[in-house]
Design a protein around this ligand. Structure first.
Ligand SMILES: [Zn+2]
Length: 54
């Protein structure tokens, strides 16, 4: 069961990015983030960082 939770967590956090400006969470394709296609729906900026759990 523990592995199942781990897989779910990585899946949940893998494609989630946080806006550096307003901290809004966005789930998107990492390729699109790199390309600059994805914009924050709140502030329309393209500064994103990945979510990393310690
Ligand atoms: Zn934003």
């Amino acid at each position: 069961m523990a592995t199942k939770i781990l897989v779910a967590q990585t899946r949940l956090f893998k494609n989630v990015f946080v806006c550096k400006n307003c901290n809004a969470k966005m789930r998107a394709d990492p390729k699109k983030i790199a390309d600059g296609t994805i914009r924050c729906r709140k502030c329309k900026k393209r500064a994103f960082k990945t979510i990393r759990k310690k």
